[in-house]
Design a protein around this ligand. Structure first.
Ligand SMILES: Nc1ncnc2c1ncn2[C@@H]1O[C@H](COP(=O)(O)OP(=O)(O)OP(=O)(O)O)[C@@H](O)[C@H]1O
Ligand code: NI
Length: 458
């Protein structure tokens, strides 16, 4: 089911369905700025299920809302990008907003990549920022030549990282990028009417409470038929037949009769199935589920997870699944991102995360799964709460709760490092790594990368 996503830095190749890149979303209150999402990156491949896990307040829902362009005031996306690569969405929005399209093929002809890179270096943009290659981390702009960085680099990489904006080659308001047949829409820059155009049809979202998505005054059938009218242009009998088929697909018994019932006549589990049917009526590429089973009892929860799994295989859906429950993650995810206080602190394929958790926070989450410590007197929990991220991270936000914390954890912001034991793409942000270095060396490594992070900030 899962698929290898493209390494950042490599040119060409296919884009993942969704690429979240250094996303930052803050809430501006009278008293403070809350950095609810503070520079996170991850990708979702075609037909892949990516889990986002973390305790309450870690920034999971704000991540989802940022992707959908649904952040409420006083919140705002303040940095990074979200690239959504659904061809239908890209094509439609390119037609609707011709002046906000970047044509990469054209730039490739008009611009000289070497000069662009040279200009970025002369402005002090770090090599790692330009190429996206982790091997270039720690290199300073003044120490390299443009020609050192061109191998495998393409104009498209500069556009992706918004570096062409800085050079005035592209514009801050551009939000559709095309390169021949492929392309993406940056959802963080898309105007509201454009967002309305792909919410539902491109990216659909399912919430914990199904009643947020269902209207109490219409029958379930009419709501599904409305979605079918809007997204598949179906009306009358064909719409009714399709609505019944969808209710059957989500295993609602006696669908032909229940289609005429109102949401309050459905049980909680049946309502959530109806919401999934409604989402499917929109034929989305990506389904974002924000704790969709949290309110349901364990048996129903297991059935819904099973259902999502089946639907995904049938329809080649990509899924982003948010939960605070490691047990649920184990059931559903191909790949997992662990969030803590606005940051992704560990990312790995699900088997690796469970077999070999690296971050002390992940280890703590796993130890608190019921049934994992049979024989223990009580369930292990991580003491304390997630702090509100209301200042830039100049330290490890987990340190106050971390059983492994040492002095440097209070003074250095841990950077994401490769912690893979095998081929697997496994990263963690913790001063304990890289494991093959002494504590002193590892600390120095993080300190250098953190310094570079600060100096190359806009
Ligand atoms: N409307 C808002 N105004 C101010 N701060 C907010 C607002 N919404 C979210 N936040 C901040 O963002 C942080 C992350 O919230 P978010 O809802 O993403 O957490 P979560 O991981 O989804 O938690 P839960 O598991 O409880 O749903 C919160 O702790 C809060 O500080
Ligand atoms: Ni939430």
């Amino acid at each position: 089911m899962s698929q290898q996503t493209q390494r950042p830095g490599s040119a060409g190749g296919e884009e993942p369905v969704l690429a979240v890149d250094n996303l930052q979303t803050s809430f501006f209150t009278d008293r403070e700025t809350i950095r609810a999402v503070d520079g996170i990156s991850f990708e979702i491949g075609d037909g892949e299920t990516v889990g986002i896990v973390g305790e309450s307040g870690s920034g999971k829902s704000v991540t989802a809302r940022s992707i959908m362009g649904l952040v409420d005031t006083p919140g705002r996306v303040v940095g990074g990008s979200v690239r959504f690569s659904d061809p239908t969405t890209v094509e439609r929005l390119a037609d609707d907003y011709p002046r906000r399209v970047v044509d990469v093929a054209k730039l490739r002809e008009q611009e000289d990549l070497g000069s662009l890179v040279g200009e970025l270096l002369s402005r002090g943009v770090s090599p790692a920022r330009i190429t996206g290659d982790p091997d270039h981390r720690g290199l300073a702009a003044r120490d390299v030549d443009a020609t050192d960085l061109l191998d495998g680099l393409d104009v498209r990489d500069l556009v992706k990282r918004r570096l062409t904006d800085r050079l005035g080659v592209t514009d801050e308001t551009d939000f559709v990028v095309r390169d021949g047949d492929v392309g993406y829409v940056d959802t963080t820059r898309a105007p509201e009417p454009a967002l309305r155009g792909f919410r539902g049809s491109g990216i659909a979202m399912i919430f914990q409470d199904p009643l947020t998505s269902l209207n109490p005054v219409y029958t379930v059938g009419n709501q599904i038929k409305e979605a079918l009218r809007l997204h598949q242009n179906l009306r009358g009998k064909p719409a009714t037949d399709e609505a019944i088929r969808l209710l059957e697909a989500v295993q609602i018994p006696d669908a032909r009769r229940r289609i005429d019932e109102y949401p309050h006549q459905f049980s909680g589990g049946m309502r959530q199935r109806a919401v999934i049917a409604m989402a499917l009526a929109c034929q989305p590429e990506l389904l974002i589920c924000d704790e969709p089973t949290t309110a349901l009892d364990v048996t129903i929860q297991a059935q819904i997870l099973e259902l999502l799994d089946e639907l995904q295989e049938e329809r080649d859906l990509s899924i982003m699944f948010i939960t605070h429950d490691m047990g649920v993650i184990a059931e559903i995810a191909d790949r997992v991102n662990v969030m803590y206080a606005g940051e992704v602190v560990e990312s790995a394929p699900v088997e690796d995360l469970f077999a070999n958790p690296k971050h002390p926070y992940t280890q703590g989450l796993l130890a608190s799964i019921p049934g994992e410590n049979v024989g223990a007197d009580r369930l292990a929990t991580i003491e304390g709460d997630v702090p509100t991220p209301n200042e830039p991270p100049t330290y490890c936000r987990f340190a106050p709760r971390c059983p492994e914390a040492f002095e440097a954890c209070e003074a250095i912001h841990p950077q994401s490092v490769d912690v893979s034991d095998r081929e697997a793409d496994h990263t963690a942000s913790c001063l304990l790594y890289p494991e093959d270095r002494s504590e002193e060396e590892a600390v120095a490594y993080h300190r250098d990368l953190a310094a570079e992070e600060v100096s190359s900030d806009d």
